[in-house]
Design a protein around this ligand. Structure first.
Ligand SMILES: [Fe+2]
Length: 357
């Protein structure tokens, strides 16, 4: 088996994604939407995670080329985000029962054939018609002892793509749900691995969800709305999104100035609920009691041994987290990206989504 084939196997859902209809009750939807309407304005997705282009590039590649000449404003897209809860803490009392919902917990436990689960994070993405990037991505993987809180995302991605630390992955699942009746705005995902054709969840999607393992399955949100309604003048990294009850519409502002208005019917809302899943009580204890954690030293030793086994020359880096040559070797060795050219050969909704973009 070639490395690409092996890698593709690692990046294939352990269980096939499950499509769900009627994920939330009307009352739950009203309260989830209420937070978005009443607690804004909301920053762009990009602004939540990056303060500079260097930081953004480093997150994916670990190494920032000099004079890349990009600005965050140049790559800003009109997609906005807020968190309902993080680190297993719900930020809004009016949706606490949804964050800790037994129904959602049952969904992910049943998906994984697992006995226990814990909600970790819940967020929403909200937007109207806009152009978005077409690059598929993986969400950050969590390993026992090596996680988002103590490790840069580029290294977590390398670890996932290397397939060398699979035994240390903390199993997770997400329930992602959409409310959107407009054009395009589909969700494309690669459940059979990056080298096989993707699937697309077609629109309209109203209260339709999918149970997935997004940290080990490539996925992307497709551009939203008809092509002619996508361009937006004046979107910046610092732009904000909010609901205006007086006029019953949604606006994007840049420095307080309204640059775009949307009617409620144009809005696409995505709610992402994420949980850690434990097969049994032993699994719970292993994670919570840190009895079998990875360390950064162990990670680097394993990677270096694997590079050498592959015949890749590598010097022992003194500061592996910041050694440019070493990071470059890692990112060029453990690399895989989904094929997207399948999309043009498909005859169903996939090709429609692609044509629309
Ligand atoms: Fe994602």
């Amino acid at each position: 088996m070639t490395y690409q084939d092996e890698l593709a196997k690692v990046l294939t859902s352990v269980y096939p994604p499950r499509v769900l209809d009627g994920v939330y009750t009307d009352d739950e939807y009203r309260r989830l939407l209420g937070v978005v309407q009443q607690r804004g304005p909301w920053p762009t997705i990009q602004a939540h995670h990056f303060e500079s282009v260097d930081e953004l590039i480093a997150t994916t590649t670990g190494v920032v080329p000099k004079d890349h000449g990009l600005t965050l404003d140049a790559i800003a897209t009109a997609h906005f985000r807020g968190f309902y809860g993080q680190n297993s803490v719900c930020y809004y009392p009016e949706i606490e029962d949804i964050f800790y919902s037994s129904r959602l917990l049952d969904e992910v436990k049943s998906y994984w054939h697992a006995e226990y689960a814990k909600p970790t994070m819940m967020l929403f993405n909200v937007c109207g018609p806009h152009q978005s990037g077409l690059n598929p991505h993986l969400d950050a993987v969590t390993f026992r002892g090596v996680r988002y809180e103590n490790t840069p995302v580029w290294l977590l991605n390398i670890m996932a793509k290397s397939g060398l630390f699979t035994d240390y992955i903390v199993n997770m699942a997400q329930v992602i749900t959409w409310w959107y009746r407009g054009e395009a705005g589909t969700f494309t995902y690669w459940p059979d691995g990056p080298l096989r054709p993707p699937k697309t969840l077609p629109t309209p999607m109203w209260n339709r969800g999918i149970v997935v393992q997004n940290e080990l399955m490539f996925h992307r949100g497709d551009p939203v709305g008809r092509p002619e309604e996508r361009p937006i003048e004046g979107v910046r990294h610092r732009s904000l999104f909010e609901y205006r009850p007086d006029t019953d519409d949604w606006v994007i502002t840049t420095d307080g100035e309204v640059i775009r208005r949307y009617a409620p019917v144009q809005i696409r809302l995505l709610v992402h609920w994420s949980a850690e899943v434990y097969r049994d009580l032993d699994d719970v204890k292993r994670v919570m009691d840190h009895t079998d954690d990875l360390t950064h030293d162990r990670v680097f030793e394993t990677l270096i041994a694997d590079l050498r086994a592959k015949g890749t020359p590598v010097e022992e880096p003194s500061d592996p987290m910041h050694d440019e040559a070493f990071i470059h070797t890692l990112t060029t060795t453990y690399t895989i990206a989904p094929t997207t050219d399948w999309l043009t050969h498909e005859t169903d909704d996939r090709s429609q989504a692609e044509r629309a973009s």
